[in-house]
Ligand binder design. Structure first.
Ligand SMILES: Cc1cc2nc3c(=O)[nH]c(=O)nc-3n(C[C@H](O)[C@H](O)[C@H](O)COP(=O)(O)O)c2cc1C
Length: 334
């Protein structure tokens, strides 16, 4: 494979190839959201496989009310650092760099899990997530300041635990994605509503807080929920606009996925089902005057090395994410 096996540099990180394990919540944390031996063994096995140039961990919640599900990992407490360090160490043992994904579930959180009030941009449900019968509360600007600081504190813990970078989750109907989408962000203040520039304000505030905390040299990746593929959702052009704004804010790596449609694309199951969106984003990023092009990841539906190679050769993406085919053992190296 011509490009698949070539190295890639992201800031101070060198990846030995172009294959990435995307974040996948494998429900192996304990009921206190801590790292378990079972979870360490899972990452040990994935890193030992030799397949990956980069591993991104499952999403870890930054604030107690932002926990998405039971047994999800926490990065909200200083006492989480030692467990997370075990994941970084076991992956590094195999010479593979690792990034930790940090998240806040926003209005998609459930009271039965967090025992707290879910907080959302506008009190609107993310389709199919959260408590169906009870609306989430609407965030105040003060609560938003606190959550931005929670993201920053979580990123500092990730760095302290020895990870090579941090990934901000802004996809799959969770809080930052709820801000980006015109379906879930109906705010009429500075942080909302009609234009992407307004809807971006809070996610960019979070990005700035994380960047300030980790410093200029530490890689920050973004899981970008690009389009919602729902009536009234984000358009591909708006998603490209968002990517450029995040790149201007210092995002070093983009893993493009779905918005309110989660990681699937309705009506599509083909290899690389987000490839048209990824191409549009990469083209927009390439046009930013005088700025370097941050690497872009294509994830979704890819199952063979030939499919992966084709998307690298035609310039769709710089890296390929392999999720379910790794969990199911169906990945084909030819
Ligand atoms: C069990 C499972 C858990 C997932 N957890 C996360 C997660 O924590 N964060 C995230 O950004 N995406 C998550 N995803 C989405 C994957 O990263 C990936 O985008 C998706 O599986 C599509 O790629 P694939 O077709 O190669 O599986 C999850 C997917 C699965 C199947």
């Amino acid at each position: 494979m011509k490009i698949l096996n070539t190295p890639l540099t992201i800031k101070n990180l060198t990846l030995k190839n172009r294959i990435l394990l995307p974040p996948m919540a494998v429900v192996k944390g304990d009921m206190e959201s801590r790292v378990t031996d079972e979870l360490v063994a899972y990452y040990d096995e994935k890193a030992a496989s030799g397949i990956f140039g980069l591993i991104v961990t499952e999403h870890c919640f930054v604030s107690p009310e932002g926990q998405a599900s039971e047994r999800q990992l926490s990065v909200s407490r200083d006492s989480d650092i030692s467990g997370l360090q075990r994941i970084a160490e076991v992956i590094h043992k195999h010479g593979v760099p690792v990034i930790a994904q940090i998240n806040h579930a926003g209005g998609a959180a459930k009271r039965g899990v967090t025992h707290l009030e879910p907080l959302s941009p506008s009190g609107v449900h993310s389709p199919g997530l959260g408590d169906p019968d009870l609306d989430p509360a609407i965030l105040t600007p003060e609560e938003m300041d606190r959550i931005a600081e929670d993201f920053a504190a979580a990123a500092a813990r990730v760095k302290e635990a020895g990870f090579d970078g941090v990934e901000i989750h802004a996809a799959h109907a969770y809080l930052l994605c709820q801000f980006l989408s015109p379906i879930t962000n109906l705010r009429e203040d500075l942080y909302g509503g009609k234009t992407m520039a307004e809807r971006l304000r809070f996610p960019l505030m979070v990005t700035a807080a994380v960047r300030k905390t980790v410093g200029p040299d530490y890689p920050i990746s973004l899981r970008l929920g690009a389009c919602d593929y729902l009536p009234g959702g984000n358009t591909p052009a708006e998603a490209a606009e968002a990517a450029c704004a995040f790149a201007d804010a210092g995002i070093d790596l983009f893993d493009v996925s779905g918005g309110l449609c989660y990681y699937r694309r309705p009506g599509h199951k083909e290899a690389g089902y987000f490839s048209d969106q990824v191409r549009e984003i990469r083209a927009a990023l390439a046009k930013r005057a005088g700025a370097a092009l941050p690497p872009v990841v294509l994830t979704g539906g890819i199952q063979t090395a030939s499919e992966a190679e084709a998307f690298l050769e035609d310039g769709t993406a710089d890296l390929i994410g392999l999720g379910r085919c790794i969990l199911n053992g169906t990945w084909k190296e030819s």
